[in-house]
Every structure is written in structure tokens, then in C-alpha cells.
Unconditional design. Sequence first.
Length: 166
Amino acid sequence: MGTNGSTMLKPLRQGLPPLDPTAASDAASCALPARYEAVGEARRFTRDTLGKWDVGDRFDDICLVVSELVTNALRHAVPADQCGRCGEHSGSVRLHLVRWTERLVCAVRDPSHETPVPRDSDDFSAESGRGLFLVDSFADGWGWHPLAGTLDGKVVWAMFRLAPAG
């Protein structure tokens, strides 16, 4: 589902009313340092945040996808000289979680302008290269969009449909 061009946001609207940021019932975000330990920090932040929100049986799916999106941002979007042992540069990657009544969007902002592209890999035993395949498999939609204005880079997002409360 991840696409670019004019359809890159289309999965956010699949059979649902348009997203109105002001109508979000909950939102949380955190800046992540440019080091690989940030993936664990993102998982903890996500588990803590989702524990306060009622996301039903999507809890594990959302946590897995956040982990993959943050890993991809650190591995492919943060310059090598900023990620790793020298990586105390914070704010280059930012995780956003936004919940509406019947959906949740997780979005990861990174400094790259490169289009996220799933790898064509039939080797599921490989240690890497399956991140966007997993995102596509567990999320109800995903995509990306370039940032404009004073923000540089892009946002890669995944959307999850949630069961209505009650």
C-alpha cells in the first residue's frame, strides 16, 4: 500500500471520514536520539502510551510496526555520521501516535527525502529487509509524505483501524 505521488495519503481515507487533527481523541509524540537504542525507547514509549488508550487487539500490531518504522528511519534515513556511537543528536527522528475513535496513526519523521521502498525479497530468513513488508502486513494502510516549510525530511506513517468502543 505504500506509495508516493498523489496517492501516498490515500490509505488514510480508505472508507473512513477524513482525518481532522483537531478531532483526535489522543495524541503523543517523542523525539528519539540518533542511535539504535532509540528503537527500544520507541517501543517503551508506545507500550506506555497504548496502555493508557483502548486499542483492543491491535496493541501488539502497533508496537511491532512502530519498531519497524523507527528501525527503518535510523538505518536508512539518518546519516551514518549521526547514528551510532557519535549519535547524541536528538530530534532527527520523531515518533507520533494519534488516536481517533476508530483508527490510530503512528508516524515517524526523519531527515531523509528518499522514498521508502519495500525490498523484493523471497528470503524470509534474511536478518534484515523485511521492515516495510511487516508494516504492510500488520497495518491497515501505510504511506509517506515529504515535509514542507521549516521541517526537512519526510514522515512515514501506518494506519490501524480500531474496533468501536462499547
